[in-house]
Design a protein around this ligand. Structure first.
Ligand code: CA
Length: 432
């Protein structure tokens, strides 16, 4: 597998600090983007801690990754998934513990997207509202879902996709690294092909590219690095209200032999035998695991509109093609909904995945009922605390993020109101 990659991060045109952190080691196949939140520079600390923790964890596992690349097996694949989960949970614990012990870091948190490419396989771990896209054959597909209140309300039928695209709740996270005791880790798996591009980015970038076709157009050029720079400049031209970070990866060649059983696969849920009710009839799923490895299922999410644009800026077909997401448990509020009972992860084979064409058409999938939606009903609204901030000097996103983490911070509920969640986190760590 030959990869080329580019990383661009920019403070934007409004913020004084860049709270995004990113890192990549193309030679070792890993790529990380984190978008921090929290006052007094805590956001920068959180995102940097998360990136650093994941980097160290992956570097320490280089041997295991190399072994898998040489001889990809289901056991090895399961090991890689657990490695990524473990890396993300370690990052979560590091940020959460520091937030607990340092007053000026209280409530800090971060999004986290990690892509690990081993042989022709890309493993994705995701928390929050940064995104990972796959661009293939001139088309773009969002691999991750947004863990936001607006997405939860869309799932519950309380907001239309159009309403969600302009709702201030679209920037309030229901799941983040380090903010509360509990966190859910969304996992995805993609079998790469030559010419594929991946884009990891913070919302400061994807907010200004609500139409996936534009992302595909940009990154499908022969020079994805230049295209990424161009996208960052465009994000600034279009408002630049937030920090802007993107990592673009190009698969220049696929050298390793792909096991026969993976031929034609694009995306498959990982490591969740018997746990995924949609595995057999839904073209793509994203496996979502909470700290204990309890899987949930997510359909891909619809892109939000650019923050400073009116809905009319987004063509209606974006909305109609929008995809629903399976929300994580809400972070705000002390009543975190427990994950639905489900078998622990840990079985062997991944369910068969659909042909590539199915994934690429997944933007037109109807919303599937999602198991946890009912369970989550009402929670985000009840829990969502921060009055939607006015569109102020800091920009809507910044205000929201600040409001969210500030609120999460101000109440000790995360530590003492959710012992079950804390136990689950510990159990998850012990499992690994
Ligand atoms: Ca951001």
């Amino acid at each position: 597998m030959k990869l080329e990659a580019w990383l661009v991060t920019d403070v934007g045109v409004v913020r004084e600090h860049n709270e995004d952190s990113a890192y990549m080691e193309p030679a070792n196949g890993f790529f990380i983007v984190a978008d921090g939140m929290g006052g007094h520079a805590a956001g920068e600390v959180a995102s940097a801690m998360a990136v650093d923790t994941v980097r160290k964890t992956l570097e320490a596992a280089r041997k295991e990754i190399e072994t898998f690349k040489r001889a990809p097996t289901d056991t090895g694949r399961r090991g890689i998934v657990q490695l990524l989960q473990s890396a993300v949970l370690s990052a979560h614990q590091a940020v959460f513990q520091r937030g607990q012990h340092e007053a000026d870091k209280a409530g800090m948190g971060t999004t986290l997207d990690v892509v690990l490419i081993a042989g022709p396989e890309a493993f994705v771990a995701h928390v929050g509202d940064s995104r990972t896209y796959l661009v293939r054959d001139g088309r773009s597909s969002q691999i991750t879902t947004d863990h936001t209140v607006a997405e939860v309300l869309v799932i519950e039928g309380k907001l239309t996709i159009e309403e969600a695209q302009v709702s201030p709740l679209r920037t309030i996270l229901v799941n983040a690294i380090g903010v509360s005791a509990d966190v859910g880790v969304e996992m995805a798996h993609v079998t790469l092909k030559r010419g594929d591009r991946l884009l990891l980015c913070s919302d400061g970038l994807h907010d200004y590219f609500p139409i996936e076709e534009e992302i595909a157009q940009k990154l499908s050029t022969d020079a994805p690095g230049d295209a990424l720079k161009d996208m960052v400049e465009l994000a600034k031209t279009r408002g630049g209200h937030d920090n802007i970070t993107g990592v673009a990866v190009q698969v220049t060649d696929v050298i390793e032999a792909v096991p026969d059983r993976l031929d034609g696969e694009m995306t498959q849920p990982v490591d969740l035998p018997g746990a995924n009710p949609f595995a057999s009839d839904e073209p793509t799923e994203t496996a979502v695991l909470d700290a204990a490895g309890t899987p949930q299922v997510a359909a891909p999410a619809a892109p939000p509109p650019a923050a400073d644009e009116t809905p009319s800026d987004a063509p209606s077909d974006v909305a109609s093609e929008g995809r629903a997401t399976q929300p994580m448990r809400p972070v705000p509020g002390g009543e975190s909904a427990p994950a639905p009972a489900a078998p622990q992860a840990g079985g062997a084979a991944s369910p068969p995945a659909p042909p590539a064409a199915d994934l690429m058409s997944d933007t037109t999938l109807d919303t599937e009922p999602v198991p946890a939606a009912d369970e989550l009903a009402g929670k985000p609204a009840a829990a969502s605390p921060p009055a939607p901030p006015a569109d102020g000097a800091d920009g809507a996103d910044g205000a929201d993020r600040t409001g969210e983490s500030g609120d999460a911070t101000g109440e000790p509920r995360d530590a003492d109101a959710a012992p079950a969640d804390a136990a689950r986190v510990r159990a998850g760590k012990h499992d690994r």
